[in-house]
Design a protein around this ligand. Structure first.
Ligand SMILES: [Zn+2]
Length: 439
């Protein structure tokens, strides 16, 4: 059966905007994209835009209730210690509750796919249950590759039933300062999609290059190869490539930008997280100019305040223009492309999702601009990026099925369960008192 969805505008991202546009869906995939005149009226949304579902290229749904945890702490050791302690205070069911809350917030924000780094595996269960498409990168840490693989196998076995065509497994060797090169290599041999964190802050770079700086005294960190940044280290061991997505990539020199681009490595640009943690502004224009596969990620409320993808897209636009001191360095349409097709490329899923073209999965969001300052229409992409919000998302479709409809989500239940987990994490005082923020 073919169903048709129509709105004032359809933004296919691949191809020009279509006024009075229509998307036809068959068997979960896009059958045709055209005008209402061509395809019929079907289900019509007034004062609205149909966009490809947003692709969140880097998230941690399991940290959905971490807002404000450790905010402003200047000492990395204290920040990470606080997180580890609190994480240990909740059990598996609470992990799932929190991840479901995060997945629901993503769907409500028009997100149809996440590339999620998952500590416990709960993300896979949450995404399977709520119908959110995902690559779930199960996290591993440490020096020892046998131990890392054992942890990976244990978590994968626990959540194995949750994996499907829509929710696929990946592995995440966490970062070059928390994972040895042997563990990276063992992960690569699994033949799965890989996510890692690279070049997030000047402190990380200083530590990897010299073993000193503000991270120098933290005993649980490691350096595989002194004097090398994560990008150089992974490139030398042939561990970059299109099956790898690197989150952050803030502190990069010209060589590193070239390496990421030439290897086809995905880059998840997370401007709000990078700003909140005081890490800097990633060289987005330079990465794009080099041809890197750049997408957009919200990271999690442990750093960025929310999974609000519209806020993230605005931050992509604002930070790029502020860094370049030029308003034409990134248009609203280009920001929209980064958060859809760009992220799909970063996750190596652009053959299946990221734009509205026949044959791809019917993953799309309907954004209402009713009553907004951007009506009557001038630039529909600008209206979505600058004027959109989760509150304006009318519906989010994955595989042609409505996985979210405004007013239809049981927020009371989701919120109560997630807040109970947060309360458990806050119940006892931290072992170390939370220090006052550094000036
Ligand atoms: Zn992350």
């Amino acid at each position: 059966m073919t169903r048709v969805f129509t709105a004032d505008w359809v933004l296919p991202v691949e191809g020009p905007p279509i006024e009075a546009g229509a998307v036809a869906v068959e068997d979960g995939r896009i059958a045709a994209v055209g005008t209402t005149e061509d395809l019929g009226e079907g289900t019509h949304y007034d004062d609205a835009v149909i966009v490809p579902g947003f692709v969140n290229a880097h998230s941690h749904l399991e940290y959905a209730v971490y807002a404000g945890f450790g905010d402003g702490l200047g000492d990395f050791a204290e920040w990470i210690t606080l997180h580890i302690e609190r994480k240990a205070r909740i059990d598996w069911d609470e992990y799932v509750d929190v991840a479901k809350f995060g997945a629901a917030q993503c769907l409500a924000s028009g997100v149809t796919t996440v590339g999620d780094c998952s500590y416990s595996g709960a993300t896979a269960v949450a995404c399977a249950e709520l119908g959110l498409r995902a690559t779930v990168y199960l996290e591993v840490f440490g020096f020892d590759s046998a131990q890392a693989l054992e942890r990976f196998a244990r978590i994968r076995a626990r959540v194995g039933d949750a994996f499907s065509t829509r929710v696929r497994p990946g592995v995440s060797p966490h970062a070059p300062y928390s994972v040895s090169i042997e563990v990276y290599e063992a992960c690569a041999e699994l033949g799965l999609p890989i996510a890692t964190h690279i070049s997030e802050s000047p402190a990380e770079i200083e530590y990897l290059l010299t073993g000193a700086g503000t991270w120098g005294g933290y005993k649980d960190l490691l350096i595989s190869s002194p004097g090398k940044t994560g990008t150089h280290l992974l490139a030398e061991h042939d561990l970059l490539g299109p099956n790898v997505v690197a989150a952050h990539c803030v502190v990069l020199d010209e060589d590193e930008i070239g390496l990421l681009a030439s290897t086809g490595t995905g880059v998840a640009h997370c401007p709000r997280s990078n700003a909140v943690l005081g890490c800097g502004v990633a060289p987005l224009a330079e990465l794009r100019a080099a041809g890197a596969r750049v997408g957009v990620g919200t990271d999690s409320p442990a750093s960025a305040p929310s999974f609000d993808f519209f806020e993230e897209l605005r931050s992509v636009l604002l930070s790029a223009r502020a860094r370049a001191t030029r308003p034409d360095v990134l248009s609203a349409g280009e920001a929209l492309e980064l958060g859809t097709l760009g992220s799909a490329r970063a996750l190596d899923l652009d053959g299946e999702i990221g734009s509205l073209v026949p044959g791809k999965w019917a993953d799309f969001a309907v954004v209402s601009l009713e009553g907004s300052a951007y009506l009557p229409w001038e630039d529909p992409a600008g209206a979505v990026v600058l004027g959109g919000s989760p509150d304006r998302v009318i519906a989010t479709y994955v595989d042609g099925e409505a996985r979210y409809e405004k007013g239809g989500m049981d927020w009371q239940e989701l919120t109560a369960a997630a807040h109970s987990a947060r309360r458990a994490m806050l119940a006892q005082p931290a072992a170390k008192p939370v220090a006052a923020p550094r000036a």
